[in-house]
Ligand binder design. Structure first.
Ligand code: HEC
Ligand code: HEC
Ligand code: HEC
Ligand code: HEC
Ligand code: HEC
Ligand code: HEC
Ligand code: HEC
Length: 357
């Protein structure tokens, strides 16, 4: 139904658009074409999501614009992040020496870390902005560093590989011939980052052809979708191979979900996109997920059906707000952490129980 309506709406908009383009044929058919010409509401919604804003450039870095002066002291070093108009700077001093550089790339739509360039090298900032404290603290993962001088206190140097993957997960169009290219970068994840073959689709449609269509991502199995989102949210096998144990792995949803007894690699009711629309903001109202759980744990299951394992069990405790008990919030461990995630290993949580791996 949804698809049919979409198709009709889209065909009408193409018709308008093709007429418009033919009228301005001298400009070339794709001179100003974008996905928004035909998928307007998706574009309008998606660009303001955290994924759409996963990287910010100067001028549109709203985290910094709304916090024009941030400062923190860590050991013998003082950090200041200052914004005037569209320009921001990051500086560190030990009282005697100071290093100050402009901020070009802000990673993260909520919490934010800066990738800094100095003397032709790239660094991850040693301090980051955290909404939970409305201020700066040590960047997650850098807690164990003990800087010996201002250079070391400034940032953690990124390898070529780090640089490539960093920009690759937070932005679009960052690679040309599989090499990092910051000239072609578009901040955040745009349509083309996930629908990698959609430019061909757009070109075809502008020539009034309906193929090739972009790969139908909705046709992936739940395991396929987990791996697809896992390109960036990290797949199960990477977490296992890297021995990322303990509460820090709560941020890797594909891994946690696969460890849940609810997960099946072939059942679409437990796929990432059953609960999340990647084009829209995350839904925070916990009771709105009830229908997702009840799609399998139907409250009308008879004792005989459950005994025969025809349907999963029902809850003896409550009939609503399932995720509030079975998908608990977990704060990352470590003295300087200010990040909380939702445990996707759906389970019975025992009071005082340990974190299952
Ligand atoms: C001139 C109009 C037009 C433009 C421009 C356009 N599309 Fe489409 N798109 C369509 C039509 C029509 C469909 C078919 C709708 C259907 O069958 O559900 C479609 C379908 C899709 C699908 C669904 C494929 C599937 O089977 O699941 C995706 C994804 C998509 N477009 C992405 C994009 C992206 C990304 C862009 C920009 C790079 C883009 N489109 C530009 C008209 C357009
Ligand atoms: C190309 C990399 C990439 C892919 C693929 C990707 N994500 Fe993301 N996702 C990110 C990044 C980066 C962020 C963090 C944005 C931020 O806060 O700056 C994010 C954030 C999110 C959030 C928002 C969390 C919040 O705090 O509100 C949700 C929900 C999400 N992703 C779900 C998905 C789902 C579902 C899929 C698969 C359909 C997916 N993502 C695929 C990179 C990706
Ligand atoms: C984080 C990855 C991601 C981004 C960014 C993204 N998509 Fe999608 N898109 C998906 C996935 C996964 C599906 C399949 C989900 C489903 O069928 O529920 C999908 C499905 C679609 C569909 C077909 C089903 C539907 O809901 O109509 C269209 C059309 C589409 N996307 C267009 C776009 C456009 C236009 C943009 C840019 C505004 C965009 N997408 C950005 C991941 C993404
Ligand atoms: C493999 C893909 C990937 C790489 C590489 C990557 N990120 Fe992310 N990043 C993500 C995803 C996905 C999220 C969303 C966290 C979540 O909700 O699970 C995220 C979240 C963030 C956040 C928000 C705070 C947090 O920790 O959740 C910051 C800041 C950030 N990344 C900075 C960086 C920087 C800087 C680099 C490079 C040094 C980097 N990221 C490399 C995928 C990636
Ligand atoms: C059965 C429903 C369900 C499924 C399936 C599911 N999620 Fe979630 N997800 C949630 C809920 C509930 C939240 C927390 C919403 C809130 O309270 O903000 C959440 C939060 C998130 C967040 C925000 C960060 C966090 O951990 O709180 C990301 C990113 C995310 N999910 C990604 C994924 C990915 C990727 C998959 C597939 C591997 C997935 N989810 C599968 C229900 C689900
Ligand atoms: C794809 C179907 C499916 C979905 C969707 C699903 N589950 Fe399950 N769940 C199962 C199956 C199968 C089992 C294991 C067998 C059983 O309980 O009968 C299970 C087991 C459980 C258990 C017992 C776990 C244990 O360790 O004993 C809990 C609690 C649970 N689910 C809660 C939920 C909640 C809450 C949601 C929604 C966030 C949910 N489930 C979504 C299929 C599903
Ligand atoms: C107030 C917290 C709470 C809420 C809300 C809640 N549950 Fe539970 N659930 C529990 C506890 C505690 C248990 C373990 C009971 C026991 O072992 O005696 C449980 C057990 C379960 C089981 C395993 C049953 C079995 O026989 O092994 C499933 C499945 C389940 N819940 C699903 C759900 C679903 C689906 C929802 C939403 C409709 C939900 N729960 C809402 C606390 C809750």
């Amino acid at each position: 139904m949804r698809r049919t309506r979409l198709r009709i709406r889209l065909l009408i908009s193409i018709l308008f658009w093709v007429i418009l383009v033919s009228a301005r044929a001298e400009a070339g058919p794709s001179a100003s074409a974008t996905c928004a010409n035909c998928h307007k509401s998706k574009v309008m919604e998606q660009r303001d999501t955290p994924m759409g804003r996963a990287l910010a450039l100067p001028g549109s870095n709203f985290v910094l614009k709304s916090h024009p002066r941030l400062t923190v002291r860590k050991g013998s070093y003082t950090y200041v992040v200052e914004t005037h108009g569209n320009e921001s700077t990051y500086s560190v001093t030990d009282g005697a020496r100071a290093i100050t550089v402009p901020i070009r790339w802000g990673f993260g739509a909520g919490a934010q870390t800066w990738v800094l360039e100095r003397g032709g090298k790239f660094y991850e900032s040693i301090v980051s902005y955290y909404p939970a404290i409305v201020g700066l603290d040590i960047t997650t993962g850098d807690e164990k560093l003990t800087p010996h001088n201002v250079e070391e206190a400034f940032g953690r140097e990124l390898s070529d590989d780090d640089k490539k993957t960093c920009f690759g997960c937070h932005a679009t169009g960052t690679q040309v011939d599989s090499k990092l290219n910051l000239e072609t970068l578009k901040p955040g994840l745009t349509c083309q980052r996930c629908h990698e073959d959609s430019n061909e689709h757009m070109a075809a449609i502008l020539l009034k052809k309906l193929s090739p269509m972009p790969r139908d991502l909705g046709a992936l199995s739940s395991e396929g979708i987990s791996n697809y989102c896992g390109q960036c949210h990290r797949p199960w096998d990477m977490v296992v191979r890297s021995h990322w144990r303990g509460e820090m792995n709560v941020r890797f949803q594909p891994y946690r979900l696969a460890n849940s007894r609810c997960f099946s690699g072939t059942d679409p009711r437990i796929s990432c996109v059953a609960c999340h629309d990647p084009h829209q903001n995350l839904v925070h109202n916990t009771s709105s997920y009830d229908a997702k759980c009840l799609a399998c744990h139907a409250s009308v299951a008879t004792a005989a059906q459950v005994a025969a394992s025809e349907v999963p069990k029902t809850c003896p405790v409550a009939k609503s707000n399932c995720v509030s008990c079975h998908m608990p919030k977990v704060t990352l461990p470590g003295g300087s952490s200010h990040l909380t995630f939702t445990d996707h290993q759906i389970r019975i949580v025992k009071p005082g129980g340990s974190y299952p791996n």
